[in-house]
Design a protein around this ligand. Structure first.
Ligand code: FES
Ligand code: FES
Length: 123
């Protein structure tokens, strides 16, 4: 039911943890199931130089979180804002229909973290 990529990112998630004094932090809860994901970004000159995540959730949520961190590292903020939940699920080779909602956390938390960074910078 899960692709090899999903199983790989679930059993061996990349970039787990947190960044102290992160440039931006985004947290999103999934209304459907109560799972929570938090993303920490380090931004230098509008480029995401480091990213870490913590997800309290199911395997699909962890796999999508892990995948989104790999997708954004080294990207500009504009490029990162273009990453959709759908794109993350596709990068994992797809998710079972019942688990598609789990992919909502990853890109949403990423976008929240970017908004947080922009808001902080504006001050
Ligand atoms: Fe998220 Fe079960 S609802 S782990
Ligand atoms: Fe809640 Fe997957 S079951 S995010």
């Amino acid at each position: 039911m899960y692709t090899e990529k999903v199983m790989d990112h679930f059993t061996n998630p990349r970039n787990v943890g947190e960044i102290k004094n992160a440039s931006g932090v985004g947290e999103v809860g999934n209304a459907k199931c109560g799972d929570i994901m938090r993303i920490y970004l380090q931004v230098d000159n509008d480029i995401i130089t480091d990213v870490k995540f913590k997800t309290f959730g199911c395997g699909a949520a962890i796999a999508t979180s892990s995948m989104v961190t790999e997708m954004v590292k080294g990207k500009t903020l504009d490029e990162a804002l273009e990453i959709s939940n759908q794109a993350v699920a596709e990068a994992l080779g797809g998710l079972p229909p019942a688990k598609m909602h789990c992919s909502n956390l990853a890109a949403d938390a990423l976008h929240e973290a970017i908004k947080d960074y922009i808001a902080k910078k504006g001050k």
